[in-house]
Design a protein around this ligand. Sequence first.
Ligand code: ZN
Length: 380
Amino acid sequence: MHRPRATSFCLATLAAAALATHPALGDEPTMNAGDQPTMSRDDGLPRNIILFIGDGMGASQITAARIAQGELSLERLPVGGLIATHAANALVTDSAASGTALATGHKTQNGVVSLSAEGELVPTVAEIAEREGLATGTVVTCSVTHATPAVFFAHTESRQNHTVIADQIVESGIDVLVGGGWSYFVPASEDESRRKDERNLLAELGERMPVVRSVEEFRALGDVDAATGLFAPRHPAGVEKRGYSLAEMTERAIEILARDDDGFFLMVEGSQIDWAGHDSDLAGIIAEMRDFDEAVGAGLDFAEADGRTLVVVTADHETGGFAVHAGSIDDRKVTEAAFTSAGHTATMVPIFAYGPGSVAFGGIHDNTFVGTTLISYVEH
Ligand SMILES: [Zn+2]
C-alpha cells in the first residue's frame, strides 16, 4: 500500500482507516465502512502516546541485546520499519537535529533544538499535547536538559544552552520530569549549581508538584498527579550503578500521567546506549539496551491493558558503526564485535509500533514523518 508522506493528507484519518481493516493493531474500530472518519479520539486514534527513543540504537545494538537476553520486549510490537536520520546540513545527524525531526516533523541543523532550518520556532508534539489538555512527561537516563529531552520541551539555537533549556522545560507545563541535571535548576549560590543567576527552578516547579532529588524520596511519593525527580547534578550513572531501572521510572511516570482523563504524551529515552557506542563498549551497549528494552516492556504492559495507547520505539541515529561478528545464541554471548566509528553513522534506524495509529509507521520513512504523524494524532 502506498502511504502518503505529505502533511496535506490527514495521517490520522489514514491510520483510522487502516485500523478499520486491521483491528488487531489497535482499538475495536468504531466506524462502519461507509462512514467518513473524523479527527476524534473516539475513531481509533490513540488517547495516550508513549514514544521510546533508544539514543544510538541501530539494528546491531538490538541484535547484541537479543543474543544476550534471548528474547526482547521489542518483539511484542507488531509494526516495524526503518527511519532515515540525516540532518538539514549533514548526512550524519546529532541527537538535537534528529530529535527535532522526531518531536516537530521539521529538519534542522546539527546542534539546534526545535527551531526549523531557517531558525523559526516550530511547535513540538509535547507542546501541542499540552495545549490540547493532555498530561505530558519525560523519563531519561541523562540530564533532562540534554538534547533528546530538550527538543520536546524547549527551543534554542544550541543544545549547549542547558540553563535556557531548563528554564523552558519548567515553563512548558510538563507534569512528570525524571532524569538528572538538577545543577541547571538551582540558584548560582547553591553548591554545584551551573546557573549564573539566582533563579530557583526547583522551587518554581515545587509550587505545582513534589520535587525530589533522590530515588528513595521519589519512590515514597504517594498518589500525585505530577512529579519531578532529578537524581543527579548532571547525568545519572550507567545502569549498573544507577540504583533504579528505566522500567521502574517509566511505570511510575505512566501511573502518574494516566490520572489525567484527557490522555498523556510521554517520551522515554535510553540515553546511554549512545555513550556506550561512542566508547566502543560492547558490554555497556548490551546493559543499556536491556534496561531500555525492559522499559519498553513496561510501556507495552500498560498499553495492552489500556487498549487506547500508542507505543512507538525508535532511535535518533546509530552510534559506533557497530556490528556483531561472533558469539553464540545458546550461550547468550557476543564474543566478537566491531566499531567502524567513534561517532554517529548515517545508517537507517529501526522503528516499531503498537496500538491505535501504529500501522502508519510500517515501511521506510524519513525521521520527520514520526513528528508529523504524532502531531496529527494529538492535534484537534
Ligand atoms: Zn552520540
